[in-house]
Design a binder for this molecule. Sequence first.
Ligand code: COA
Length: 392
Amino acid sequence: MSVKVGIDQIGFYTPDQYLPLADLAVARGDDPNKYLIGIGQTKQAVIPPTQDVVTMAANAAEQILSDTTKSEIAMVLFGTESGVDNSKASAVYLAHLLGLPTNTRAIEVKQACYGATAGLQIAADFVRVHPAAKVLVIGADIARYGLHSAGEVTQGGGAIAMMVTANPRVLTLDAVSSYHTEDVMDFWRPVYRTEALVDGRYSTNVYLKFFETVWQDYQRQTGKTIADFTAFVFHLPFTKMGRKGLRQILPTASADQQASLTANFEASQEDNRNVGNLYTGSLYLSFLSLLRHGQLQGGETVGFFSYGSGAEGEFFSGTVEPTYRKGFAEAKIAAMLDQRTAVTVDEYEELFNEQLPNDAEDVRLPVGTEHARYYLAGRRGEQRLYRQQTTC
Ligand code: COA
């Protein structure tokens, strides 16, 4: 019998400040219900200049690592589209910050919001061949569209860290999946830009078309139908997007199943609604949200739709393990989200503009209010200065 492989643990980090989106709506002259209902977002994580994808990934990974598991990590696959260097992988900085052994592979994976899924599938295939290995998969991003832009309400940021192993406690991944790639200009970020270029409505249509394509192909490959699934989780750039995806297939389910799939969707969107877009981590935050707020039973099947603009889509599935609640630190995650403080629109705009500038100047960042274990202290000699609190 082949070895069971999948997600053994999930960690999550987002910074300690957020912007209430009803306030942003008022400031931008929009009806708050457009943001809260039409887009489906309530709060947006505000990323201080002292956090980047490396430090956020380290803060998420620290939640699930022990000294023993650190020593067993064979590979780090870092999915991001907000990398801090065009050559050196964020995974190398991360491995050093976490004190991982040097006999580790550490690489960055990029394809818009799809990067972490590529990392997860590569990790699973690696563990199928090397069942004793553990692979750390990261999805970390800062979603920036720009002040006063149409995409502003769909910003956010944070990191997901997943440990992929044999005999996982959270989810066993099925080896079958369906994927689809086309060269599409719906969202892209040339190397000279800090904010993405996006055709939001076009992107929404491509997302839905790709979902239909991979869902049909998955059913053809496996013979499964919607009746085989307890829940579907979606890449959620904003929660309305996944709701549209679910509505596309819901009519093929029985009335009872439509109700239960909808209830599970509500559970799966709750944390994303209060954090915003994580780009490549969004699908996995949605999965974590389902684990936290849903009522899953061991043995149930969850379907995943991953989408990265540009564009690549994948549908895959997994079986929930009865031990899934042992795979994430519920109390820490709840406290991290509950203890965040709200910022005003003025404070948010100030923080937005304080991001480390894209030049070679030395910078010392205001680290006095930073409470996260890992943080960015500035830049000297064109090198980022990563630091670790001695006590947290
Ligand atoms: N109350 C309730 N709903 C309202 C409303 C109100 N007062 N005003 C508007 N809405 C609804 C609209 O009907 C629409 O719903 P629908 O999509 O179900 O039709 C929704 O709110 C958005 O309105 P829209 O006019 O389309 O908003 P917009 O032009 O500002 O753009 C996005 C919305 C999502 C396209 C834009 O925020 C964006 O480009 N975001 C980034 C895109 C992205 O994340 N792409 C990546 C995809 S993977």
